[in-house]
Design a protein around this ligand. Sequence first.
Ligand SMILES: O=c1ccn([C@@H]2O[C@H](COP(=O)(O)O)[C@@H](O)[C@H]2O)c(=O)[nH]1
Length: 231
Amino acid sequence: MSDPKILVALDYHDKNKALELIEQLNPQLCGLKVGKEMFTLFGPSFVKELVDKNYNVFLDLKFHDIPNTVAKACQAAAELGVWMINVHASGGRVMMEKAREALLETDNKPLLIAVTMLTSMNEQVYSELGYERNLADQVSHLAQMTLDSGLDGVVCSSWEAEQLKQQCGKDFKLITPGIRPVGSEQGDQSRIMTPQQAINAGSDYLVIGRPITKADDPYQALCEISESLVS
Ligand SMILES: O=c1ccn([C@@H]2O[C@H](COP(=O)(O)O)[C@@H](O)[C@H]2O)c(=O)[nH]1
């Protein structure tokens, strides 16, 4: 099975627009991420449609609840045949362990990833949360908890990737949103890097949404990013 590094964030309100782009793609070029917007609008059948097209599908629902609820939600997500799912690391060690154990009972065990601190967060917004550690140290702490809980990796920003690769080892997967090719709009993201910089820092998978989906020619934008990674 191919293992493309780019995961296109399908944050569309219009299913046809998403399918229009997907028609031009193939599972060797990219994986697909379905988040809260499309899942809420189009549900499990849309996710299964993408799985049936043989894409690596990252179901990005960021579960964060009591351990039993998260474990059951992870089991339900795994039944869709997706490749990767996620929870919030701040749900705690027991929550993550229960989620991991629940997946052992499924036929198709997806990669289980935990979100550390959202890439939209900067030091100023972060300081409002009242944590004692600084942002980078908090990411490192949550990643260590995730590793110790037996999960497969974390969502973090590429700013933390180099440190986390050293700390958690090469097999611990780093999934980084907040990717912005030169010249693209930053939008609500804070801790950003270009695709090439993120790969050099140690990111395993790049989550890229608007720089592709809002481009005049999304397929062309994706191809240019993809080529920039091999040159
Ligand atoms: O920390 C996080 C976790 C998840 N995301 C998601 O990734 C994409 C990024 O989209 P862009 O349009 O490239 O900004 C989006 O679906 C987020 O929900 C994140 O950005 N940061």
